[in-house]
Design a protein around this ligand. Structure first.
Ligand code: FE2
Ligand code: FE2
Length: 366
């Protein structure tokens, strides 16, 4: 039977090479990535305003909070508050790096506005649980603000990967804190005993913030996938570098960080195990990378070969990246942006279009 025109078209489409007719120039890839960041930022902002426009004062039943929090809960609340209250430093410092990027710098302001609410929320938690007085907090805030948080990376790409790990780590902290304060009893094997940390108000607070942190994590993941798609070599190198040196923000300048670190470790909220399993492994999976070992081996075994434009690139690095996964994820992102732009007619004026680039040809893909 002769195939009809639709079948022929579908077959041609299926066989179409997944390679753009020419390698996009660096300037072109930068322009395309920047457009994606702006489109993503606009989509994110609308969603954030519609779905997560919560108030740290009015949306939590603070009057019902327990007034006898456990010593562990007090240490944890105080640590959460301390880390989140450096938001002005985070925004100020990171802005210097990302200000040339329209989408990334606009997003940083939005991100800062959301992070600022987290510090207000934990301040409320300390006050309403009667864990700390206003006077105590004023003094504590003064001691925290004596030190300024400084950016760990001068490179905006490294900073992006740092933010992915940091947001995921923060989300894991809040999710696990939510579990700590959840339920009136805890069961240990056959033994059931009262949960000394139980507080539904704090559970609600932790869940509210964890949703924000998840949205931040997703935004940075999407941004990183665009970089991985258009600039795979630089991105993989940046990620490997960040993983080698990662530490939670401000832990070196918060005077009593050890007490906080010990409390989250003892209560199984966060420690080396959670960092490795629930943060790094999960984040790498979302970036199409098999695991930290594969990435490190790629960096270690990489062999430099000259590219068409004279740049040297590391071939073995590509073995650690599932480029097809990244391409699918980036395609979905552009589709989502396009749908959003169609809602208000931007698609007719200045649409954010997806332009494929040439997939990298590592030794096992050539
Ligand atoms: Fe936060
Ligand atoms: Fe966050």
């Amino acid at each position: 039977m002769t195939p009809n025109i639709h079948e022929v078209t579908a077959e041609i489409e299926q066989d179409r090479p997944r390679v753009a007719p020419g390698i996009l120039s660096r300037a072109e890839r930068t322009r395309l990535a920047e457009r994606a960041f702006l489109g993503l930022y606009r989509w994110y902002t609308e969603r954030s305003q519609t779905l997560r426009n919560w108030s740290p004062d009015r949306d939590i039943e603070w009057r019902s909070a327990r007034r006898d929090p456990s010593p562990e809960v007090v240490a944890i609340l105080q640590g959460f508050f301390a880390v989140e209250q450096y938001t002005p430093d985070y925004v100020g410092q990171i802005m210097k790096l990302v200000r040339p990027s329209h989408g990334r710098s606009q997003y940083l302001l939005r991100w800062g506005a959301e992070e600022e609410k987290h510090s207000d929320l934990w301040r409320n938690a300390l006050l309403f649980t009667r864990a700390r007085s206003r006077e105590w907090l004023e003094e504590y805030m003064g001691s925290l603000r004596n030190s300024e948080w400084t950016v760990g990376w001068e490179d905006p790409l490294r900073m992006l990967f740092y933010q992915i790990i940091q947001e995921r780590a923060t989300q894991v902290n809040y999710l696990n804190f939510g579990l700590l304060v959840k339920g009136e009893t805890v069961t240990d094997g056959d033994v059931t005993r009262p949960n000394p940390h139980h507080d539904p108000v704090l559970q609600h607070a932790a869940r509210t913030i964890a949703i924000d942190e998840g949205a931040h994590y997703d935004f940075f993941l999407e941004t990183a996938r665009v970089f991985l798609y258009y600039f795979p070599v630089e991105s993989l190198e940046a990620l490997a570098d960040v993983l080698k040196h990662f530490a939670m923000p401000a832990m070196d300048i918060i005077p009593d960080y050890d007490r906080f670190g010990e409390a989250i470790y003892r209560t199984a909220i966060y420690g080396p195990r959670e960092y490795s399993k629930d943060v790094v492994q999960v984040a790498l999976g979302k970036l199409g990378i098999e695991g930290r070992k594969a990435l490190e081996n790629g960096v270690r075994l990489s062999r430099q070969v000259p590219e068409a434009d004279g740049r040297m690139r590391d071939t073995a690095l590509f073995g650690s990246l599932d480029y097809g996964y990244i391409e699918d994820a980036v395609t979905r992102l552009f589709t989502r942006i396009h749908r959003y732009e169609a809602k208000y007619g931007l698609d007719q004026v200045a649409p954010t279009e997806f332009v494929r680039t040439c997939p990298p040809l590592g030794p096992d893909r050539a």
